[in-house]
Ligand binder design. Structure first.
Ligand SMILES: [Zn+2]
Length: 654
């Protein structure tokens, strides 16, 4: 999953909840009242043995108007008690984040008779069912109530992202790869679909897929929709890769020959990097939509990708989503085929441990950016801007003075994958194991090139580490020791010490050696970077590196612009600006981003503070910020005396 998409997906009211005193005070006092239910047996641990029989799963996706998915399951049984699990821990989310509260209307029957279920008292994702004598199977019906709010959900009346983990229950006690499913799906009339699953048969709008293990099923989501185009990106007949584009409007599916070439280059450059593949065929499931939220989630043979509707039809404006596909595609090698040992689990309800996410996500983020540049999806300047932005953000984020990068890998679990909001992310730290690792892996790459006199690079490591078992998609796990050993094979060095200092120790210094030894230096000036210039202003405007805050939206509204984030210890922070304020005026002029930029530029030449009129609830506050440092946009500036190793890294491999 890419870091831009991992926060604020869901906005939930958590602080408004009331602690209701029990109104059932007499419960248990009246002998005629309800009797306590006998506590069920604990949830059985998964065992590596086959589950008897195939589970028939039928999902009805036709009610997209209400975003209600109706599910029917037939589960063969051969014991007198079954615990049914709703998947809790989702690969790629690295968190116990599958929302069980969206499951409703669960009814279980056996031999035509309704039987009761009881939810586990500790594990909300587990349901205990006593199986009647002689019953050979359980029939289940339930609903998945997908969010109706378009910013929270991934199903609209034109596009649907069907994640099988939302629409199935499975028996506890078995490895997920040993449970077989026969999936069936009913789509709205006229809808098309794409998935890595193999079709067994299709009758009208009902599709039956070939039997798959639970592992493969959850790893093979399906996109469907009204407007669809399948773009062939295959470089040759034995490397089948497709871009399956679903859009709100048919015109958003148009792809120019140049854009097609960039996307084909991505597949070619990834092949040159890894020299292997771990899929039969690969499908980028890609939604271009302003009606469903963005997404990036990796799978072995596909990825769930989603960005704005203008991605193809307004190429410069689509810059924010440009590195998405390269990131998710890299995960087919790093994350899916090879996975940190602690992140491998036997089923979807065993807890994961995230300690090597700085490799799983961090190295993927690095190669995502590198491949985006090598394929032409980014210009070299845009790729350098990306590294400059990352480094600049850490220079103004002091959370690194108290918390190690390693500890941030716990963030998805602690925050339920970013659902819990943070007031001071630059101090608390959040998903830093993505961008900070970009800088660390860049440094490792530059170091290998330096020490080997240009004979070796991190690409040699990638080939050795991920390029094994060509054609296989059976996960091979790795540990930190494996990583260090392979790096030493490529270039002997104290790699254990290198990572200990940067990842496991508290390391206040921003790791910018990769930039400086790559032939560049981080500079700040008043010129807006090429990459930032094209970002959609409705996504927010940043003054992070100057005054120290960002704004939600473009501030066009007369009621002012909502402060999005205030950087800890920044000039705005020290002056008392907080993220619950709205910016109304700048130097007595109504606020607009242009007015604020002009005020910052003017203050560069005077000693007069910048005066902001802010509003918090009903109160107006005037806050003066004595700041004269200019706009301070970050850039990488070439240092001619040093070898241009960063340029070499970002150049296409011939
Ligand atoms: Zn990722």
């Amino acid at each position: 999953m890419p870091r831009r998409l991992v926060s604020s997906r869901f906005i939930v009211t958590i602080f408004g909840a009331l602690c209701l005193a029990s109104t059932n005070a007499t419960y248990g006092q009246n002998s005629a009242g309800p009797q306590p239910v006998a506590l069920p047996a604990p949830v059985p641990a998964p065992v590596d043995k086959p589950y008897g029989g195939t589970i028939a799963l039928s999902v009805d996706l036709t009610n997209v108007n209400d975003r209600v998915l109706n599910v029917h399951e037939t589960i063969p049984v051969n014991s007198d008690e079954v615990t049914l699990l709703y998947p809790q821990w989702l690969p790629g989310n690295h968190a116990p984040s599958n929302p069980i509260a969206f499951l409703a209307a669960l009814v279980v029957t056996a031999d035509g008779k309704r039987i009761s279920w009881v939810r586990d008292r500790v594990n909300m994702w587990a349901f205990h069912v006593a199986v009647p004598k002689g019953a050979a199977s359980l029939e289940l019906t339930f609903q998945y109530l997908a969010p109706v709010n378009p910013q929270q959900g991934r199903i609209s009346t034109k596009i649907a992202d069907l994640t099988w983990n939302s629409v199935l229950l499975y028996p506890a006690g078995y490895f997920a790869r040993r449970i077989q499913f026969a999936p069936e799906l009913r789509l709205p009339e006229g809808w098309k679909f794409a998935t890595a699953l193999e079709v067994k048969s299709q009758r009208g709008n009902t599709i039956q897929f070939k039997d798959v293990s639970l592992n493969t099923l959850i790893d093979s989501p399906l996109y469907a929709g009204v407007n669809f185009r399948r773009v062939d990106l295959s470089p040759d007949s034995d490397n089948a890769v497709f871009l399956d584009v679903f859009a709100d409007k048919p015109e958003q599916l148009e792809i120019t020959p140049q854009e097609l070439e960039y996307h084909k280059n991505l597949v070619i450059q990834a092949q040159k990097l890894f020299r292997s593949r771990h899929y039969e065929h690969y499908d980028f499931l890609f939604s271009l939509s302003d009606s469903v939220g963005g997404k990036g989630l990796e799978h072995h043979q596909s990825s769930e990708d989603g960005t704005r509707g203008n991605y193809l039809i307004d190429w410069p404006a689509g810059i924010a989503g440009r590195a998405l596909l390269a990131h998710e595609y890299t995960h087919s090698w790093n994350g899916k085929f090879r996975r940190p040992a602690d992140l491998w689990t036997a089923n979807f309800n065993e807890p994961m441990q995230n300690d090597l996410l700085w490799v799983y996500e961090g190295l993927t983020d690095y190669y995502g950016n590198v491949l985006t540049a090598r394929s032409g999806l980014y210009t070299p300047e845009q790729a350098r801007d990306e590294f400059a932005e990352i480094a600049a953000n850490f220079e103004i984020s002091p959370g690194r003075t108290w918390r190690s990068l390693d500890d941030t890998t716990n963030h998805p679990i602690m925050s339920f994958h970013g659902i819990l909001p943070q007031s001071w992310p630059s101090w608390q730290r959040s998903f830093d194991y993505y961008p900070e690792s970009d800088l660390i892996w860049l440094e490792a790459d530059v170091l290998i090139r330096e020490l080997s006199n240009g004979q070796k690079s991190l690409d040699d490591f990638a080939r050795l580490f991920f390029g094994t078992d060509n054609g296989s998609y059976i996960t091979v796990t790795y540990t930190l020791e494996d990583l260090v050993k392979t790096l030493n094979t490529v270039q002997p060095y104290d790699w254990a010490g290198f990572f200990r200092e940067r990842v496991y120790d508290v390391a206040p210094q921003v790791p910018t050696n990769g930039i400086t030894r790559g032939g560049y230096r981080l500079v700040y000036n008043d010129t807006e970077p090429e990459r930032m210039k094209h970002l959609d202003p409705s996504r927010g405007t940043t003054f992070a590196t100057s005054l120290g805050f960002s704004l939600k939206g473009d501030g066009g509204d007369k009621s002012g612009a909502v402060i999005g984030n205030v950087w800890w210890d920044s000039p705005a922070f020290k002056a008392g600006v907080t993220p619950d304020m709205k910016l109304q005026a700048v130097n007595d002029l109504a606020f607009s981003p242009a007015n604020l930029r002009a005020a910052i530029l003017a203050a560069e030449k005077t000693n007069t503070p910048i005066k902001l009129l802010l509003k918090r609830d009903e109160d107006f506050l005037t806050i003066s910020i004595d700041y004269h440092g200019g706009l301070r946009y970050p850039h990488l500036e070439r240092v001619q005396a040093a070898p241009g190793r960063l340029d070499a890294i970002l150049s296409p491999v011939e």
